[in-house]
Design a binder for this molecule. Structure first.
Ligand code: TEU
Ligand code: CA
Length: 587
């Protein structure tokens, strides 16, 4: 963690390669499609591009099932294309971050093919193999009751006929977990890291990195879904006993020797103090982590196995305030570092998730979230299309438009559990529309031409393009005159954030009016004494906000006439319109 910490002020833009830009007309995005759009990203204010996996893969989980860590999935391009991308990024002063998926591999990876071939091959122990457990009647079954995360209502243990043992696969049967207890596995991971760093990559987003150390006693999970043989078990392998040790080894062996950035994805637990240890600036292991408390704000466990993320629980501004304040404070006060994101390829679109994506409010909601993200401490992550205010898939689309393995399995499970129950099926369709990962994966909307300009007319895109592309697209929004443009708003805010990095990126954080039922507001302050106030109405109603004694100078807002509004208001009370957000300087 030595040297200047460029990654703190960097704006990172996440690209989901399949859905970004198709340049060879096969209906899937590709590496050259990324290279083609670098000026668009540069203009927005992006410094770092994070690419979701582009490695060779059978694509059971869209590349999060890797069969070859050192080659590119042919439809995406070649290693030479990646070299050219890195070079073109470099010409613009930008960097590339790759996705590192090493909790598991594809079942087609040669390591796994060898591992499953016999009980005595040295690769056997690279994965997690166990003998069957016998029940009271002497019937063999999986070694414990852990269920699959993305799979069907199924055990996470997969029986392998050839050797009569089970292997562990937390996500789907095609994604067997690596056995990190084996030092050869850890050495192989270090080798992959070096391969990409030596090629000029500037860091890694580490997929489910908090799952690599499993409780070696593999205990049964507590029963939280009655009547189901298999239960959610992530508590037994999230932030496990040897996590710090394994991360420390990678840091020592590889990361410390390069000027790079690391972001650990850490789902399933929200323990801020635990995460602080991982990112602490003196003795941490990674530069930052993705926590899930914000995006899981509405996730309550339901009665379909593994569907907690698909649930639509109630939340309000007090939940949002608690989550935002908790992470800002613990990281700032504790010398850690935040990452900021409202959406990614595993989440619904943020304007649909946290605000209102109707034609009336889509623009305001998207800009409200931009105001929040751009004024919090941490490294900012913008997900492709977020800068345009792209929204979820339409409710009218049928289940066949959902391509993600999690959605497909969810729909199958609901149909098995509630056959001939139209009400439940309708509810499940609403859940998919609100929460499915597919929502973040529809093709990028570049312009108003066929297929939103993602691929030419006559080519069938791998996922259906959102019907709203004639209204919501990059060409319309990059026009500097377009006042309603979400893109232009993001661009302005990202520039303002950098000009005032001492405040917005590195400054202090204090809540204001911490009990307001509609409005999230906070002060960001720099060492210089300069203070900025952010006031965000997270409801679709008029909301009153009591102005503190000190005066305010309005700087930016998501309503065109925000300036008059705030200045002309009564001396103590400001009335905010639906989803209105303002950024003001303290006088
Ligand atoms: O996701 C890990 C993860 O736990 C969630 O984000 C996941 O989408 C959710 O639990 C599903 O209910 C990462 C990747 O980002 C995701 O795309 C992969 O499917 C997953 O790991 C497995 O590699
Ligand atoms: Ca293509």
């Amino acid at each position: 963690h030595s040297g200047h910490q460029w990654w703190k002020e960097a704006v990172v833009y996440q690209i989901y390669p399949a859905s970004f830009n198709d340049t060879n007309n096969d209906g899937r995005g590709d590496v050259n499609g990324v290279t083609e759009k670098l000026d668009y990203l540069k203009d927005l204010g992006v410094d770092v591009v994070w690419l979701s996996p582009i490695y060779d893969s059978p694509q059971v989980d869209n590349g999060y099932d890797i069969a070859d860590y050192k080659n590119i999935y042919p439809p995406y391009g070649t290693l030479e294309d990646v070299d050219r991308l890195i070079q073109e990024l470099g010409c613009r002063g930008m960097k590339l971050v790759m996705d590192l998926v090493v909790n598991h591999t594809s079942d087609q990876h040669p390591w796994f093919l060898e591992s499953r071939s016999s009980k005595t091959t040295p690769k056997r122990d690279w994965y997690i193999w166990k003998k069957p457990r016998y029940d009271a009647d002497g019937k063999p079954g999986p070694p414990n009751n852990w269920n699959q995360i993305l799979g069907e209502a199924h055990s996470a243990w997969i029986f392998d006929e050839a050797t009569q043992e089970y292997y562990f696969a937390a996500f789907t049967p095609q994604q067997p977990d690596l056995n990190w207890e084996n030092p050869d596995v850890r050495a192989a991971v270090c080798d992959i890291l070096r391969f990409w760093l030596d090629r000029g990559v500037a860091g890694f987003r580490m997929d489910v990195i908090n799952l690599i150390s499993k409780d070696q006693s593999f205990p049964d999970a507590e029963i939280v879904i009655p009547g189901q043989p298999f239960q959610p078990a992530t508590q037994h392998f999230a932030n496990g006993p040897r996590l710090h040790e394994f991360l420390g080894e990678i840091r020592r062996e590889v990361l410390d020797k390069y000027d790079q950035m690391t972001i650990g994805e850490m789902p399933f637990v929200y323990d801020d103090k635990e995460f602080l240890k991982v990112v602490h600036q003196n003795d941490g292991f990674l530069n930052m982590v993705f926590h899930f408390e914000l995006v899981d704000i509405d996730s309550k466990r339901g009665d379909v196995p593994g569907d907690s993320r698909m649930s639509m629980g109630h939340w309000d501004v007090s939940d949002l305030r608690r989550i935002i304040a908790r992470w800002q404070r613990v990281m700032i006060d504790g010398s850690g570092w935040n990452s900021l994101y409202c959406e990614n390829h595993d989440q619904p679109r943020s304007v649909s998730h946290f605000c209102d994506d109707s034609d009336e409010y889509r623009e305001y909601g998207s800009k409200l979230l931009a105001l929040m993200e751009a004024t919090l401490s941490g490294t900012i992550f913008v997900y492709q299309g977020e800068e345009l205010g792209m929204r979820n898939m339409p409710l009218e689309w049928g289940p066949e438009e959902y391509k993600d393995i999690e959605s497909v399995n969810y729909w199958k499970k609901v149909n098995e559990m509630y056959p001939n129950n139209p009400e439940r099926l309708q509810q499940a369709r609403r859940a998919l529309q609100a929460k499915a990962r597919d929502n973040g994966r529809t093709p990028m909307q570049w312009d108003g031409s066929a297929n939103g300009g993602f691929c030419p007319e006559g080519v069938t895109p791998w996922m259906r393009v959102n019907d709203d592309y004639p209204a919501v697209n990059a060409a319309a929004q990059t026009d500097p005159e377009a006042t309603s443009s979400v893109y232009n708003f993001w661009q302005k805010l990202l520039a303002l954030r950098k000009e005032n990095a001492g405040t917005f990126i590195h400054g202090g954080f204090e809540l204001v009016d911490g009990t307001n039922p509609h409005v999230l507001s906070y002060v960001r302050g720099a060492d210089s004494g300069e203070k900025w106030v952010v006031v965000l109405n997270f409801t679709g109603n008029l909301a009153a906000w009591e102005m503190p004694k000190w005066g305010l100078q309005w700087v930016v807002g998501n309503y065109a006439d925000g300036l008059d509004k705030a200045q002309g208001s009564d001396e103590c009370l400001i009335l905010l319109r639906p989803w209105e957000g303002i950024l003001a300087r303290q006088l």
